[in-house]
Design a protein around this ligand. Structure first.
Ligand code: FUL
Length: 458
């Protein structure tokens, strides 16, 4: 059991996963037939004439994304309706046969390169247009399309698959050959991370609302991640059929109580994907989320050991709606204000203690000034280790008392001490800052020696 916990602490990310984590946030772009039919899911029999953006401008997308502080774009190259936004050889149902007659994937990828952000794509396995769907030939068709996208648009940082599997035009369902799709991506774009509900590199957080688990672990049971590299042998309590009850929407999937029953562990972090509006595609009547909602989503993802994939749907012109652009500017200004200059940063260990229960001291340069956030980061290249911690306020007189309890840290945990919308966090004790000279971050439990990368306070 003890050895198993140490092994769990040593399950580490790949280089591509670490680079992905450092992006923090990037934008999903849902743009296609549904933009023009005002739907979320097309039927697959839409005529190509329907797709007619009046003023397509992918540089505008990139500008909005960059100004919002996001570092990449994930373009929906083909949604469930089967219409392809690029110049594909494998179906006539593509953008070159629409009134636009321009390769949108090419323009988006080029705009990303010009604007200095990363480019990736979403390719829906479910295809309601292809007559091959539901047969083995469909997997060949899908792989041909995937190969085009992987080889003709240069550097791809992300390939995003969803698991939706409905009926095709002939009423049949398809058996997706994910191992084959994954092999192709590894062959042509070995640096790209792959998203699917169950990994291999990044997994779904379990909802589309932008909310997170209270404790998000990147080290999860292999039962959660069918195609990931399993790095440990089975847990002490593993048995045949164990964890068959565990699903990716469960509230708790990485805690010791869960992994003890696993047959092996893999490093597969979570992505929070959600839309700035209600729908994934643009609908005139929908409004963007408020700054407060966006901030909650940001805390849940960038501040909760995950990345944020925030959908920004272009409108029928082919540009991001001015309302969304304005909201993102407001949100960026809000974040800049909240996280301006850290009041202090660095990692200073308090002497003594155990390697698995270290404490860190943060000297307040301006005693008396209220601290609003404590931002903690573990060095994930050694594995995710912290199980729980607390933050204590220490007075000049030497008294110290805990006022914030936390669980996982991982890539980054943003602890909110004073909520800008609700005032004092009800879960923290009220602090009289006039007396506080130091904060102590004390780890109360970890799976092995803790490697804290950074601590910042704002
Ligand atoms: C889901 C799809 O069904 C939605 O339309 C959307 O593309 C979302 C990101 O993934 O599986």
């Amino acid at each position: 059991m003890h050895d198993f916990i140490k092994e769990a602490a040593r399950v580490v990310p790949s280089g591509r996963q670490l680079r992905w984590f450092d992006l923090d946030s990037y934008a999903f772009i849902h743009f296609g037939m549904n933009t023009f039919t005002n739907r979320e899911w097309g039927t697959g029999d839409e005529k190509e004439e329907i797709f007619c953006p009046t003023d397509l401008d992918c540089d505008q997308w990139v500008k909005v994304i960059r100004d919002a502080g996001m570092k990449g774009m994930v373009l929906v190259a083909k949604h469930h309706d089967g219409f392809c936004l690029w110049d594909t050889k494998y179906t006539e149902h593509n953008v070159m046969n629409s009134p636009l007659k321009r390769d949108v994937v090419r323009e988006a990828a080029d705009a990303c390169r010009r604007g200095g952000i990363r480019f990736g794509f979403y390719l829906s396995p479910w295809d309601r247009n292809s007559s091959l769907y539901g047969t083995d030939a469909y997997n060949d068709y899908f792989c041909s399309q995937l190969t085009e996208l992987l080889t003709e648009y240069e550097d791809i940082f992300y390939v995003w698959f969803d698991n939706a599997c409905g009926e095709g035009p002939n009423g049949k369902k398809q058996k997706y050959d994910f191992p084959r799709y994954i092999d192709l991506i590894r062959k042509y774009q070995p640096q790209a991370v792959i998203f699917n509900d169950f990994g291999p590199d990044v997994r779904w957080c379990g909802n589309e609302a932008g909310s997170a688990r209270a404790s998000e672990w990147a080290v999860v049971p292999q039962e959660m991640c069918r195609y990931a590299d399993v790095q440990t042998s089975s847990g002490p309590l593993a048995e045949e059929g164990s964890l068959s009850y565990l699903y990716n929407t469960n509230a708790n999937i990485g805690a010791l109580s869960q992994i003890l029953y696993s047959k092996g562990l893999a490093f597969v972090p979570s992505e929070i994907n959600t839309s700035i509006r209600r729908g994934w595609f643009w609908h005139e009547a929908e409004e963007p989320k408020s700054v407060e909602e966006l901030f909650r989503i940001y805390l849940a993802s960038v501040g909760g050991n995950a990345c944020l994939n925030l959908n920004l749907p272009p409108d029928t012109r082919g540009q991001i709606d001015a309302r969304d652009e304005k909201r993102l500017q407001e949100f960026r200004a809000f974040l800049d204000e909240q996280f301006k200059e850290p009041l202090a940063s660095g990692v200073t260990k308090v002497d003594g203690g155990y390697p698995t229960q270290p404490a860190y001291r943060i000297h307040l340069k301006e005693p008396g000034k209220a601290v609003r956030y404590v931002v903690l980061e573990e060095n994930l290249s050694c594995g995710q280790r912290v199980e729980s911690f607390q933050i204590e306020a220490a007075s000049e007189g030497g008294n110290s008392y805990p006022f914030y309890q936390g669980t996982t840290i991982g890539h980054r945990k943003i602890c909110v001490l004073s909520d800008p919308f609700a005032g004092q966090n009800p879960l923290t004790r009220t602090i009289d800052w006039s007396d506080v000279g130091e904060l102590i971050v004390r780890v109360s439990a970890a799976r092995d020696e803790v490697h804290m990368k950074n601590i910042r306070i704002y």
